[in-house]
Ligand binder design. Structure first.
Ligand SMILES: [Ca+2]
Ligand SMILES: [Ca+2]
Length: 191
């Protein structure tokens, strides 16, 4: 394989995990947790069907400072955070086709490992939470499109759900992304 092809492949691999941020806001999390920056990204390219996995890997590369604590798909720990994230999406009008055509944003909650056991992207270690805000009838682990069912959670902007949560196929449709990135420079009085 010549150098040119290697460079092209390298750029393709890089570009699949580098999305342009639409907007963000910072929030102090009560308790021992530090400030979090919630970052919003419009829908991923319709490319290789590893949509949720790519989103997870992308958020894990994010940091406020080079070498600082890394991000992850957002953990909506409290109703307050959940409300602010969903309000941000609506206030910035990114709940429609200008940003997402597949009706949702990934957040960091899944039952990928054990069906029915939902685990947050932080493993529940930093700020344990039982908070949930699924739409009526969800999660339903729908198996119509793939036999594996639905294991990844989206903020659902279809049928008037206004960002209530839904379990969705992890790798069937591209989605927007909400990452959270710890901000080591933020203090509670700043926000
Ligand atoms: Ca499931
Ligand atoms: Ca569902």
């Amino acid at each position: 394989m010549d150098l040119k092809i290697l460079i092209i492949l390298g750029c393709m691999a890089y570009s699949s995990y580098a999305y342009d941020m639409h907007s963000s806001f910072t929030e102090h999390i009560d308790g021992d947790c530090m400030c979090m920056v919630y970052e919003f990204y419009c829908q991923q390219p319709d490319d290789d069907h590893h949509y949720n996995m790519n989103a997870r890997q992308f958020c894990r590369q994010r940091s406020i400072q080079e070498g600082g604590p890394k991000g992850r798909l957002a953990v909506l720990r409290t109703q307050d955070i959940d409300d602010k994230v969903r309000q941000h999406i609506q206030d910035n009008e990114i709940d429609g086709p200008d940003c997402i055509t597949k009706y949702g944003f990934w957040i960091g909650l899944s039952d990928r490992v054990t069906e029915g056991e939902y685990v947050w992207s932080d493993g529940g270690s930093d700020c344990p939470t039982d908070y949930r805000n699924y739409a009526d009838g969800e999660p339903n682990n729908n198996t119509k499109k793939t036999g594996a069912g639905q294991d990844c959670t989206q903020l659902w902007f279809r049928f008037g759900h206004n960002g209530k949560w839904d379990d969705e196929y992890c790798d069937y449709r591209p989605k927007g992304i909400v990452c959270e990135v710890p901000d080591p420079f933020c203090h509670s009085e700043d926000v």
